[in-house]
Design a protein around this ligand. Sequence first.
Ligand SMILES: [Zn+2]
Length: 416
Amino acid sequence: MALALWLIASASAMAAGPNLAAISGVRIGENAGQTRFVLDFDRAVDYSLTIMANPYRAVITLPAVQWQLLPGVGRSGRGLVQNFRYGAWQKDSFRLVLELNGPAKAAAVRWLPPSADNKAHRLVLDLQKINAAEFKSQNFGAYQPAEVVATKPPAPKPAPSNQAASTPALPEPPKPVEYKTIVVDAGHGGVDPGAIGMNDSYEKNITLAVARELAASLRRNPQYRVIMTRERDVFVPLAERRQIARNAKADLFISIHADHHTNRATRGASVYTLSEKASDAESAKLAEQENKADLLGGLENLSDNEAVSNILLDLVQQETVGHASLFGSLLVRKFSQDPAIEVLSNPLRSAGFVVLRSPDVPSVLVELGFLSNPQDESALNRPEYRRRLVMGLVLAVDAYFAKIQPHSNGGTAEAR
Ligand SMILES: [Zn+2]
């Protein structure tokens, strides 16, 4: 039921593509102690606004819109706005996330109609600095902060393979035998760009390109059922990525990322499995970075409930983590065997990545290389290099299932 409704909605949204409202301008100004953020539209649309803490940020949620400005706009801010990000949010909405340099409230937020000297419909947000105590005590007046997160809950999806609008739903395999389900997760997306390279490559685009190529390669093997957590440039919360894998009863979850390091010389691929205790300080820092994805997308911080349930999950996770480590070491071996692929030293690592915390699905996170390193960045933009990485991944998947096969059906397949 819910699914059918969603499909209709998405079909009409696609049909209405050219009719989306368009954003043609954005400005930030300072006036009398306030910071004014203005968006130019060709028409007024529904919007909602919330301001959150840790870190302080203002989130504007809109219906799907056409962003008609050059990419890269907004990387620097002004006044209370440090910078802002924007992109698709869920299936049919769009978000701007304004990173604030301190606690603030909306002194005003309103539409201005076209005027003699400006033909655009303007959405105007006036931000005013307040102190942390005021921030805690304010009730946010007319713009109802709690509303935003609740406005567009992810549509319930009975079958995760129906997730993407761009491909027809995968039919259930005819026989419940012998196939393996692999979930391919393209890191970041939409409003969350992930790492940004020296030459402006966005991690979210590289992860999507590799994830698509990996899914296509795996699908050539009829024994693999492949599900992607996203197939386009859209934000997907970390918990939803995990849930897609769990709903599909996935045999393997592969999250694709590209890294960033303050030392530009650092380069090469690495593979991470879940551990509450990070294998080293760098891994801990990386996990912290990747776990910020939800925050960057404008979601609330992770709840305490998640922390508590993780302790309970620990007991059932041992075997899952063991399988993930097996896949991780096979993948590192396949990468290392290809002289074209650059591999980080000590490439098999572990840390507390939120996206890997499925108790019943072996999950790994692959950092393909460093966007902070010019050679890695240019390699990751080359289809030929991505093809080598994808080949390594496919070989590792094959080797992994060959190794664990004898346990699954009491069969006699030999471990290779
Ligand atoms: Zn990432």
